[in-house]
Design a protein around this ligand. Structure first.
Ligand code: SF4
Length: 355
């Protein structure tokens, strides 16, 4: 059930909206909630068409960013995220693992690079970053990945501005910190931290000059209004996220959401298209849940502006399509892996510039 009738959002209005979207990064014009609602209510194929136009105006439509995500410390997390196998509050069948050795992480990064990934993301199941030896090791990992010429990304929980600066100095390209869902629905999924704490970490990341990778999870039991609210919040972050992961819940046995019904695939496409129009410069990233989505639906998602995927058998602890299936799909669709650092100089060059 859509909240607004499509005819309320005329073609002229949409052209204006898209122009606004194209200029968003320069003007910092805030999107109103009503404008996002109206966009979301567009007929789906019109929305996909417009999103494809915005995508083509801002990106090479053949480019697909290939990213590998590795869990460098697994399980035992004190947060109570209702979807997560790694929370101590849930009863998922998961083997905990301590922080990996730096050399083992870098070996995985090297393999990912050989497989065609240009971004390597390291995830630790921590509620927040604590200063000390473990964080020192993560900084070493970031430096090692960056030195390989790969874009380095981390997801480590909440962090301070000083910690963000250290990661930046180590060569971090992006920090992943998802908002997950709307502010209104947030406490139905997570109670051990607040929405504002999430936003505070995103501010610290921005102050350190690190790009934010920030998106959400669809299918948590949220309503359409929640998806709109999430997209509205993401689009109004300043600066906007460089990367917007659109996850689909993978229900895990032993978590409170294990029986959650899957989200309608067209709702997923709609969210991708709206994200693309609202955040024209961002990488819109298909993330968890892709294994259960047909290649035809993924192709429609790419048409709607998705231009990044995760490769590798696992996304932290959830299954992911195999490499051959991904490269086969790219070949069938005439897409190609995106080069690293396409939108900016590599860290070494940046340092040379600053000297
Ligand atoms: S999603 Fe992240 S913060 Fe939440 S329980 Fe899992 S590992 Fe911890």
């Amino acid at each position: 059930m859509l909240l607004f009738r499509p005819h309320l959002f005329t073609r002229v209005g949409l052209v204006f909206f898209c122009t606004l979207a194209h200029n968003r990064n320069m003007t910092n014009t805030a999107y109103s909630l009503d404008s996002v609602k109206a966009l979301y209510a567009r007929p789906l194929l019109d929305l996909v068409y417009e999103a494809a136009s915005v995508h083509r105006a801002n990106h090479d439509p053949q480019d697909m960013q290939m990213c590998t995500l590795l869990s460098i410390k697994t399980g035992g997390c004190a947060e109570d995220c209702g979807y997560c196998s790694q929370s101590i509050h849930n009863n998922a069948d998961l083997e905990k693992e301590i922080l990996m050795k730096t050399s083992d992480v870098l070996e995985q990064a090297r393999k990912a690079k050989e497989s065609g990934s240009t971004r390597f993301c390291m995830g630790a199941a921590w509620p927040r970053v604590l200063d000390g030896r473990a964080f020192d090791r993560v900084c070493d990992m970031v430096k090692g990945v960056s030195d390989m010429g790969m874009e380095a990304c981390c997801t480590l929980g909440m962090l301070t501005e000083a910690q963000a600066v250290r990661l930046k100095e180590a060569g971090l390209t992006a920090y992943n910190h998802n908002l997950d869902t709307s502010r209104e629905f947030y406490d139905k999924v997570i109670t051990t931290r607040s929405y504002d704490e999430r936003l505070d970490t995103l501010k610290n990341v921005a102050k350190a000059g690190i790009a934010a990778c920030c998106g959400g999870i669809l299918g948590l039991g949220e309503r359409e209004e929640d998806r709109i609210s999430l997209l509205h919040t993401l689009a109004n972050l300043n600066p906007q996220p460089e990367s917007v992961p659109i996850n689909v819940l993978v229900p895990v046995a032993g978590t409170p959401l294990e029986k959650q019904k899957p989200i309608d695939i067209f709702e997923w496409i709609r969210c991708i298209a709206v994200a693309r129009i609202l955040m024209p410069k961002a990488m819109v990233r298909l993330s968890a849940g892709r294994l259960t989505i047909s290649k035809e639906a993924q192709a429609l998602a790419f048409m709607a502006g998705a231009n990044a995927i995760f490769t590798g058998e696992k996304l932290l602890t959830t299954p992911n399509p195999e490499k051959d299936a991904d490269y086969g799909l790219l070949a069938e669709l005439g897409l190609k892996p995106r080069a690293p650092y396409k939108d900016g100089p590599e860290p070494a060059e940046k340092q040379a510039d600053a000297a």
